[in-house]
Design a protein. Structure first.
Length: 92
């Protein structure tokens, strides 16, 4: 799943960033997240800020890496299903 698979202002872009952050673990810097999902570091930064404001996600910055501490009001399984459903539709 890539950031720009979704239109501007689509909440799924935020979810893509959060899942990339989780996959990368301690290597979740703006640089590596942006490489992982094919977008700019500025787009990742904006998505992180939006996740905190919109979904009350708890993200801590440790050095240059970001760590996802809490998914806030996001239902992890439902979010994963939404993104996986979109991936299967794109491959048809």
């Amino acid at each position: 799943m890539k950031y720009k698979d979704y239109p501007k202002y689509d909440a799924r872009r935020i979810l893509v960033v959060l899942f990339a952050m989780e996959r990368l673990g301690k290597d979740a810097t703006l640089h590596y997240i942006s490489q992982e999902i094919n977008c700019t570091r500025a787009e990742v930064q904006r998505a992180i800020e939006s996740a905190e404001r919109t979904f009350m996600v708890n993200i801590e910055k440790e050095g240059s890496a970001y760590k996802l501490k809490s998914w806030g009001i996001v239902n992890y399984d439902a979010a994963l299903a939404i993104l996986n459903n979109n991936d299967s539709q794109n491959s048809i």
